[in-house]
Design a protein around this ligand. Structure first.
Ligand code: ZN
Length: 420
């Protein structure tokens, strides 16, 4: 599955109509969750039927205005979060199971999905017209990628995404990408950390780029500005000042920019890693396992790592490189040479064993990860491009790529759907 993206250029009132469509999609999703909570739905089919009921209800005129397949797509999203919850319960995951939540209509967030109907592409594929009850009309598609390469029948879905800097259309295209590559005869183990983006089993390290650190500092200061301007409402209905709204918009734009920069870095690094080896092993870190904390740097590195891993697995499929996720136990404590456990605290940066092995802490871990990876059979990377995951991505739109990448960027166009 490929995802091409283009910015939607239209008039202000047209964007207002897209807002209404997104809101209606959200309404259907939340209504489906409510039905399920009230034990009125046992399968996805029940939710599909409920879409029809919602549309026929005169109390919810907006549900009727939304394209029928878009209603279904919203119900699918609801079902995706319900079934994910069931899966987590079945697997007996410790801690929170992810009980489905109602979603709010937030500015700069949200999306609505059309399947085969409800929109029309122009002959030259430079314009898209939304034809459902909201009558958003015709938008110019602003992007550098050419949609002509794929037939209309290959476009599975069109998703309208709302971001801080505007509205985008994503085209989900049914296409398996495979590229040939000469065998390298090399294997690679990766260890992630806070000090470096990763350390590999050849003791080479890749750092987070400097511009990202700079951007993160800027985010912190913008965040402070927003909190300073926030006025605690004395009663319900009190509005925030315009200065607060301006500061908030600035922060949102910065977040968007940083997420794009980070993605650019992650995708290029992942591509590089996958092309340089025949097997890549890394720790099977689940976001769930990572301690949730208020340290910005830590949470950012966790998020980058999850994204990086998904891209490594994607490129692994494209280039035919094996990707192995190994269980993250004792990889930093064990000696990569003799297997003895050498206890060390987080601040100990070197591994010194009685067998005369002296290695960097992360290097030792990377060697262990590679070793376990080579001994693990049949535990290859998960399919991040699976159909089901695509429905789940509505909460995290900023991690989706753009169509209008800079020309010189070797960036892959695609969609990332880290779970959770
Ligand atoms: Zn040893």
């Amino acid at each position: 599955m490929l995802v091409y993206e283009a910015k939607l250029k239209g008039k202000i009132d047209q964007y207002g109509k897209l807002d209404e469509a997104i809101r209606a999609g959200l309404f259907v999703r939340n209504a489906c969750i409510r039905l399920w909570m009230d034990r009125g739905a046992k399968s996805r089919n029940d939710l599909y039927k409920y879409c029809k009921t919602l549309a026929d209800n005169p109390d919810f005129p907006w549900a009727k205005l939304l394209n029928s397949q878009a209603r279904q797509a919203s119900a699918e999203r609801a079902w995706a979060s319900i079934s994910r919850f069931f899966e987590n319960c079945k697997k007996k995951i410790l801690g929170k199971k992810g009980f489905p939540k109602f979603k709010k209509n937030r500015p700069n967030h949200g999306s609505v999905e059309y399947k085969q109907t409800g929109f029309k592409l122009s002959e030259d594929r430079k314009y898209i017209t939304f034809t459902d009850g909201f009558k958003a009309g015709c938008f110019r598609l602003w992007g550098t990628r050419n949609l002509h390469f794929y037939g209309l029948d290959k476009i599975n879905r069109v998703r309208v995404v709302r971001r801080a800097d505007g509205y985008y259309a994503q085209f989900l295209i049914d296409h398996e990408r495979v590229e040939s590559r000469e065998p390298t005869g090399k294997t690679l183990g990766l260890d992630v950390g806070l000090s470096h983006f990763y350390t590999d089993s050849n003791a080479e390290t890749v750092d987070n780029p400097r511009y990202l650190q700079k951007s993160e500092r800027r985010i912190k200061s913008l965040q402070r500005r927003v909190s300073k301007k926030f006025i605690k409402p004395k009663e319900k209905g009190d509005k925030q000042s315009n200065n607060y709204k301006k500061a908030k918009q600035k922060l949102a734009l910065k977040h968007l920019k940083v997420s794009r920069q980070r993605k650019d870095f992650v995708v290029k690094t992942a591509r590089c890693v996958v092309q340089s080896a025949d097997l890549v092993a890394y720790e099977d870190l689940k976001v769930r396992n990572m301690v949730k904390n208020h340290c910005l740097a830590k949470s950012i590195s966790d998020a980058s790592w999850t994204m990086f891993r998904s891209w490594v697995e994607y490129f692994g499929k494209v280039f035919g490189t094996a990707t192995v996720a190994v269980p993250p136990h004792y990889t930093s404590q064990q000696c990569s040479n003799c297997g003895a456990i050498v206890k060390k605290s987080l601040s100990t940066r070197t591994h010194t064993c009685s067998c005369k092995t002296v290695l960097g802490r992360d290097h030792n871990a990377a060697l262990n990860i590679l070793k376990i990876g080579l001994n693990t059979v049949g535990h290859t990377g998960i399919n991040v491009w699976g159909e089901d995951d695509l429905y789940l991505s509505n909460g995290n739109d900023t991690q989706v790529s753009r169509l209008n990448e800079p020309e010189n960027s070797n960036c892959e166009i695609g969609i990332l759907t880290p779970s959770g």
